[in-house]
Each structure stands twice: as structure tokens, then as C-alpha cells.
Design a protein around this ligand. Structure first.
Ligand SMILES: [Zn+2]
Length: 303
């Protein structure tokens, strides 16, 4: 079984290398209309991954999407309504950062995060942060500063470029970085930027394809750092022999069975030339904890 997985991954890798243009899932000849892979070897890996993930990570609390990083095709999934826009919290930060960059010649300011007093989730703060460490540690203080004067209209072009649903016109400031203004008792989604999980997963694949464009390297470097020691560190812990890119997020829960929040993690592996993307949502936990589940899942399907 392990050998089958290795062969399948190698073949996916080979096919990916042969199509440097990447190939959007929408235009790929290797994807069926429903977005699932139809290549026989890819299908073998997809079947095996789907069986493993459903068997070893059962239950309603965990949702996942496994994508072929080259084509965007869905290899395996368990996610109700993945095309329905929902709040995805800090997963949107890379795209907000690129929108900021486009408005400021890709010059990103430094910032001192003082924790609670500057609006960060980490009470004692992150100290001096730049864009890369703000992505790695998902520093809310940095992104509050970055988005303080930003409007939905300024973010919309970058969102469109990455295939994300645009923020509603009334949304501004920190909500554009996935930071809602609501308290723990307010479950309203009116001030949230709503994006479909499938669009978000594919936006991260687009990020990889645009790795040579201004600003993107800083973000990918932050995602690599996240998986090693940042909010995605549990991914690195689960994968002692390989590196990955990770981004975490926490957002208001949209399940019928309500919890204060849901944790999200997107992982891309391997780090140099990602072949697969795994997006995971765990009900009722913070994003950093969802990273542990994502890491364990990735380990289960990696050769
Ligand atoms: Zn911070």
C-alpha cells in the first residue's frame, strides 16, 4: 500500500513538472466536470487517500478537502457545501497582504505587537513583526495595522485575481484580514468576508503558481515558518521527515451544532514544489489545534 502511494505521488509530481503553466482546475483536461481527478494513477492515490482519511479521521467534527496541487482537482473530500461562502478567518491574510502590496509598491511596514493592548490574540504579543513573521504567527496586531485604512474596493482586484469571492462593499479594516469585530456572544456574519472553502484552497494553489511575483515569496516564507514554529507548528511536529507550508485560521462556527469557533488549516507539501494541498476544518477548536489534525492527516497519506 505504501508503495502504491509512493508511485502515485511520484507520477503526480511528474505530471506537475510537465505542465509548468500549472493548469487551473477549470481548464484542466485531467479534471472531470465535478472537479475530481480522472487520471488512473491519480485516481489510485485519491482512492487510497480517501479511504485512509475517512477511516482514520471519522466524524462530523473534521471536514477536509484534498487537492492535486498541480491541477486543482479534488482528490478526496468530506465537506458539506464546499462551494458555499463562509467566514475563514486568518486564511485570507495572504491575499489581504498582496492587496496592500499592490497599493504600496510591495513595501511592507514593520510593527510592534504588544498583545492585548494592540488587539492581538496572543496576550503578551509578538514583539517586532514583519509580514513574514505576521503570517507565521498569524499576528492580528500586524494585520490590524496593515488594514486600518483599507476598503473592500481596494481588496477586490487581488481577490478576483486569486479566484476569491470579493468582500461585501461595507466591509473594511480588520475584517478584510478575517478579523471580525464581533464578541463571543455575537454570531452575526454580517461583518465577515465570506469565501467558499474550495475557492480558498485553490487561491493557495494560485499563490504557489505566482511564487515569483512581488510579495508572494515573503508570504510563502511565512507559511514555511508557520509549519516549523508558528501557529502551524503542529504540522511540522506530525511530519518530522519533511517540510510543508501551512496557514491557520479561526472563524465563527457555521455548523448547526454551534461552537464558539472553528479551526482551519491549509497545508501544502512538499515545501519546494507542492504536490498536494490539504484543507482541514475542525469544529470547536482554534486554528493552531486544527493544524495538529492536518499534520496527522497529511502524515497518514504521505509516503
Ligand atoms: Zn501579535
Amino acid at each position: 500500500m505504501v508503495q502504491i502511494r509512493i508511485v502515485a505521488l511520484l507520477l503526480i509530481a511528474g505530471l506537475c513538472a510537465l505542465s509548468p503553466s500549472g493548469g487551473h482546475a477549470q481548464s484542466s483536461g485531467r479534471s472531470r466536470a465535478d472537479g475530481r481527478a480522472d487520471d488512473p494513477t491519480t485516481s489510485l492515490f485519491a482512492q487510497s487517500a480517501s479511504q485512509s482519511l475517512n477511516r482514520d479521521f471519522p466524524g462530523d467534527d473534521i471536514s477536509f478537502l484534498l487537492l492535486d496541487a498541480c491541477t486543482g482537482a479534488v482528490l478526496a473530500s468530506r465537506w458539506e457545501h464546499p462551494a458555499t461562502p463562509i467566514p475563514l478567518g486568518s486564511l485570507v491574510k495572504p491575499f489581504t497582504a498582496l492587496a496592500y502590496g499592490e497599493l504600496h509598491e510591495f513595501k511592507y511596514p514593520g510593527h510592534i505587537c504588544r498583545g492585548t493592548s494592540t488587539g492581538c490574540w496572543r496576550p503578551r504579543g509578538h514583539g517586532a513583526v514583519d509580514l513574514t513573521s505576521a503570517i507565521a504567527y498569524s499576528c492580528n496586531s500586524y494585520f490590524r495595522m496593515l488594514t486600518a485604512n483599507m476598503s473592500a474596493a481596494e481588496v477586490a482586484p487581488a481577490a478576483a485575481r486569486f479566484g476569491l469571492q470579493p468582500p461585501a462593499p461595507g466591509i473594511s479594516g480588520r475584517a478584510l484580514a478575517g478579523l471580525g469585530s464581533q464578541g463571543p456572544d455575537d454570531h452575526g456574519l454580517g461583518d465577515q468576508w465570506l469565501i467558499s472553502p474550495l475557492s480558498m484552497a485553490r487561491a493557495y494553489l494560485e499563490l504557489i503558481r505566482r511564487r515569483d511575483q512581488p510579495g508572494v515569496a515573503l508570504i510563502l516564507s511565512g507559511m514555511a515558518q508557520s509549519a516549523r514554529q508558528g501557529t502551524g507548528a503542529e504540522v511540522g511536529r506530525a511530519l518530522p521527515h519533511s517540510d510543508a507550508l501551512a496557514k491557520t485560521g479561526t472563524a465563527p462556527c457555521t455548523h448547526a451544532r454551534h461552537a464558539p469557533g472553528d479551526g482551519f488549516t491549509i497545508v501544502l507539501a512538499p515545501v519546494e514544489q507542492p504536490q498536494i494541498l490539504l484543507m482541514v476544518r475542525v469544529h470547536g477548536v482554534p486554528g493552531a489545534q486544527a493544524a495538529r489534525t492536518a499534520g496527522q492527516m497529511l502524515r497518514r497519506i504521505e509516503p
